[in-house]
Design a protein around this ligand. Sequence first.
Ligand SMILES: Cc1cc2nc3c(=O)[nH]c(=O)nc-3n(C[C@H](O)[C@H](O)[C@H](O)COP(=O)(O)OP(=O)(O)OC[C@H]3O[C@@H](n4cnc5c(N)ncnc54)[C@H](O)[C@@H]3O)c2cc1C
Length: 125
Amino acid sequence: MKKYDIIIIGAGPAAINFSRAAQGSDKKILAIEGDKFGGTCPNYGCEPKIFLEGAVRNVLSSQLMQNRGIGQASTIDWQALMKTKKATWENMPAAQEMGFKNLGIDTLHGYAKFVDNHNVEVNGE
Ligand SMILES: Cc1cc2nc3c(=O)[nH]c(=O)nc-3n(C[C@H](O)[C@H](O)[C@H](O)COP(=O)(O)OP(=O)(O)OC[C@H]3O[C@@H](n4cnc5c(N)ncnc54)[C@H](O)[C@@H]3O)c2cc1C
């Protein structure tokens, strides 16, 4: 059984901010993530959303300006857009996990559950 002073369950932005605040402490810390390191914001939420929203804004603006100086309104190429999104963000979880490691925090992939007040089980361990 491994022992830690602090176990972070879920490696999203909240965990990242906590980890930065804990930098330089002598605590032994573990970050556990069941899905993608970095959590919702960089993998599913904020950043991919801003990218997709940018494409939609571009189309809507060009539609608004059609025949007012813009000859042809743009359209979404959904397959190409999603391919670009996937390629842009596919390395995000590895980069986010490296961020924890660079702060001296151990990382573990899997869903955590409490066994009791002081014990957490992940992947049967
Ligand atoms: C579509 C969308 C767009 C958004 N856009 C913006 C935006 O533009 N600006 C903004 O400020 N915010 C935005 N948000 C909100 C932002 O993503 C969240 O506020 C932020 O991700 C919350 O961070 P968190 O660390 O609390 O939780 P999360 O990012 O949700 O991270 C929690 C992590 O915990 C993991 N987890 C949960 N239970 C366990 C377990 N038992 N064991 C192991 N791991 C576990 C999950 O897999 C997850 O990765 C958006 C959200 C969505 C869905």
